[in-house]
Ligand binder design. Structure first.
Ligand code: HEC
Ligand SMILES: [Cu+2]
Length: 344
């Protein structure tokens, strides 16, 4: 390679390294844990990092020493004594890695078992949550409270909750980096895990298994509340939504009942083909990823599978576009009605 090219390559690689390290959403980082499981995982990452740094330091020091100490000096052409099969040395460099691997393996295996514990057994009366993955949304069910919702998973902070994961179509993966854990949601199978947020807050989750066209938009939130706030949420979810007060929202409700009720329930206790829309006005996002405002609601109802919305979401079990079924004005009224579906 010519010297100029080498410099250019070096420049490119270092610039890329610099730019790409800025990639990614800080709220989706496993390096900033906010949950018990994530803490344990970060501890393991750090342990292996320290071991690797230690090994690197020792190797670099010995390497540098040998390079300098035993380099060929001008005028000295003799070939040094060749040494082979030094038992002492070979034992040393076999035993040290074995010790390092044991130091790494013991906590890793132990923590793996703790992370896989059944919260139903280790925690007294944990909140039970059934999460069902669909292309491309998350259904969330609280059997003990008879609540069905979607996308936003409410949990009490400071408690282990028990999560049962499954899928109705392809393999998805449930991942909340700040809280820990990544678990597959498989069709025909129930996987269990626990989750604990140390502090109240909203934590981002993502589908971590390529599952189709809008895999990258299959986001969700875990909303951790103090115990009493969580209980208030449960009670509020079970309250029926207030009747819309404006004429246009009332017309919107009528349009909704005629066009959308086949797939959407608005009563917290009811399962439906599509997401339960009870409390949709207070959801963190629409469809898991769009800002929750009227404009985006209209955009969603008009054509959910549009390129800049959620491609692939109008499939056989998805949501049809309504631009040829409802006028713009009607869509606006439906959106206005949806905005009255608050949690309280
Ligand atoms: C054939 C079934 C079907 C019909 C009819 C239908 N939807 Fe949907 N809807 C879905 C499915 C499935 C999703 C989830 C799509 C996704 O996110 O991939 C969805 C998602 C939504 C969402 C986002 C929910 C959330 O959790 O963020 C809203 C809002 C919505 N629909 C409103 C409507 C309205 C308003 C109508 C009537 C004008 C309607 N839908 C008609 C199936 C349907
Ligand atoms: Cu998915």
């Amino acid at each position: 390679m010519k010297k100029g090219n080498l410099w250019r390559l070096l420049f490119l690689v270092s610039t890329l390294a610099l730019v790409l390290t800025g990639c990614g959403d800080p709220e989706l980082s496993a390096l900033d844990p906010k949950g018990t499981g994530a803490d344990m995982q970060l501890d393991l990452i750090m342990l292996s990092l320290y071991i690797m740094l230690g090994v690197m330091a020792v190797v670099i020091v010995i390497f540098t020493y040998v390079l300098i100490r035993y380099r060929q000096r001008p005028g000295d052409n003799h070939i040094p004594k060749q040494v082979e099969g030094n038992t002492k040395l070979e034992i040393i460099w076999t035993v040290i890695p074995i010790i390092l691997l044991i130091i790494l393996a013991v906590p890793t295996v132990y923590q793996t078992f703790v992370l896989a514990e059944d919260a139903a057994e280790t925690t007294e009366d944990p909140v039970e949550i059934k999460v069902t993955a669909h292309q491309y949304w998350w259904e969330v069910e609280y059997p003990e409270y008879e609540i069905v919702t979607a996308q936003d998973i409410y949990i009490p902070a400071g408690e282990r909750v028990h999560i049962e994961l499954t899928s109705v179509d392809v393999i998805h993966s449930f991942w909340v980096p700040a809280l820990g854990g990544k678990m597959d949601a498989n069709p025909g199978l129930v996987n269990e895990m626990w989750l604990e947020a140390k502090q109240p807050g909203t934590y981002k989750g993502k589908c971590a298994e390529l599952c189709g066209a809008s895999h990258a938009k299959m986001d969700f939130k875990v909303v951790a509340l103090e115990r009493d706030q969580f209980e208030k949420w449960v009670a509020d979810m079970k309250e029926p939504a207030p009747e819309p007060t404006t004429v246009s929202a009332q017309e919107g409700k009528q349009l909704f009942e005629n066009n959308c009720m086949a797939c959407h329930a608005t009563d917290a206790g009811q399962k439906s083909l599509g997401p339960n829309l009870n409390g949709i006005a207070d959801r963190k996002t629409i469809a898991g990823f769009m800002d929750n405002d009227k404009e985006n609601l209209e955009k969603w109802i008009t054509d959910p599978a549009a390129r800049d919305v959620k491609p692939g979401s109008s499939g056989p079990k998805g949501m049809p576009a309504f631009h040829d079924k409802l006028t713009e004005e009607e869509i606006s009224k439906v959106a206005e009605y949806l905005q009255t579906l608050t949690i309280e």
